[in-house]
Design a protein around this ligand. Structure first.
Ligand code: TRH
Length: 364
């Protein structure tokens, strides 16, 4: 396939930052491979702090209710992310352009990341569009995933090189984070039921810990827990073994550095899970909750893929409210081995951007 195809990526922000976070990484990754990208997003506000500097080759466009497409030169490949449904006028114009130029259309539906078996079974499958302005076109499912039979994981080509150059003390100093050699734990979460238990555990641990709390829901949840403890459990944390740094919203690149800087990472959702794996540090994942507890199965599939030891499995189940048991002890030595082994296997595989470009090349 010639380089410089124009990719049209469509993103609807449902809630949180995962939709735009994944789309941004995909867009930047494609541009890094010499592709041109337009990212159509209905709410680009998070990019103001996630990627204020933008990226060469990526144009962010507002996805207004009604697209003004009359003068638009429509691109070569459509990417609908997370079933967001591309505006019909856009699809019709794309179909017309493909018909008039004789080019083969490619319309991809980028799905959510999961380690469940259906990702392998469904990856790449065609889905003919039977009705509406896109009738006659075919969508293809593109499933990110952990095996060679899926679309893979997002990973920048210079990731390892950047990690090897990472200067932890310098990065912490530049963020104004006081560091006196204590254990560093990052916290990016929703409202985990066992958060209070974790804080109690860390505060009574003889090993001093600094919790680096990300902006937004994690900060609100920690502050509520701390307030509650200060009122009802004085002298909670009397020895001051647990200290807190409340972080501002970080640029996406700095969020990655945060995970590299810590000895244990609590992450959530989809994108930060992958970043925690690349960080090569023990991590605990809070999965995005779904209706009918469908996420319970998804969590177990991931723990299997990770080959998680029993203590890490139980910790995940309690952290995600699947089990009411007591939080197991932090076994960072064993969890580190688990993550390192899983990461090594993933690094042997091609990344998602390489695979999506290859897929486009084969199917156009
Ligand atoms: O924000 P999330 O909970 O997003 C979720 C999930 O993706 C979920 O699967 C999806 O269904 C739901 O959104 C709608 O977690 P996630 O996926 O890790 O995305 C967070 C992004 O925010 C990630 O790209 C990292 C970025 N980030 C920063 O850039 N700076 C920050 O300071 C923080 C805390 C996050």
């Amino acid at each position: 396939m010639k380089t410089g195809n124009l990719w049209e990526i469509f993103c609807r922000v449902i809630d949180n930052y995962g939709d735009i976070g994944v789309c941004w990484r995909l867009a930047v990754g494609l541009a890094g491979h010499g592709q041109r990208v337009r990212l159509w997003v209905d709410d680009a506000s998070a990019l103001d702090w996630m990627a204020p500097e933008g990226a060469p080759g990526v144009e962010v466009k507002p996805w207004a209710q009604s697209l003004q497409i009359a003068d638009l030169h429509i691109g070569d490949i459509l990417v609908e992310t997370f079933g967001c449904e591309i505006a019909p006028e856009f699809v019709a114009a794309y179909k017309n352009r493909m018909a008039s130029t004789g080019q083969k259309p490619l319309w991809l539906n980028l799905e959510y990341l999961t380690a469940e078996g259906f990702a392998e079974r469904s990856h790449g499958l065609p889905s003919p569009v039977m009705a509406g302005l896109g009738a006659g076109l075919t969508k293809h499912f593109f499933y990110p995933g952990f095996s060679a039979a899926t679309g893979g994981l997002l990973r920048e080509h210079d990731l390892l090189e950047r990690q090897s150059r990472f200067d932890r003390p310098d990065w912490l100093r530049q963020r104004g984070i006081e560091f006196r050699g204590e254990r560093l734990v990052s916290l990016f979460c929703y409202e985990p039921p066992a958060l209070g238990e974790l804080l109690d555990r860390l505060s009574s641990d003889p090993c001093p810990t600094r919790l680096l709390v990300t902006a937004g829901r994690a900060t609100a949840a920690v502050k509520a827990c701390v307030d509650q403890r200060n009122h009802s459990l004085p002298p909670w944390n009397a020895r001051g073994n647990l200290s807190f740094s409340y972080l501002p919203a970080l640029r996406q690149r700095d969020f990655d550095c945060l995970l590299w800087a810590c000895d244990l990472n609590f992450v959530r959702g989809e994108d930060s899970l992958v970043r925690a794996l690349w960080a090569d540090k023990p991590f605990v994942w809070q999965i995005y909750p779904q209706r009918d507890d469908a996420h319970h199965h998804k969590l177990e599939a991931f723990l299997n893929r990770l080959k998680a030891p029993p203590s890490l499995r139980v910790f995940h189940r309690v952290w995600n409210g699947v089990s009411q048991a007591v939080l197991p002890a932090l076994d960072l030595t064993q969890w580190q081995q688990t993550v390192t082994a899983a990461r090594k296997l993933q690094l042997e595989q091609d990344d998602l951007v390489t695979r999506i470009i290859r897929f486009a090349s084969k199917n156009r």
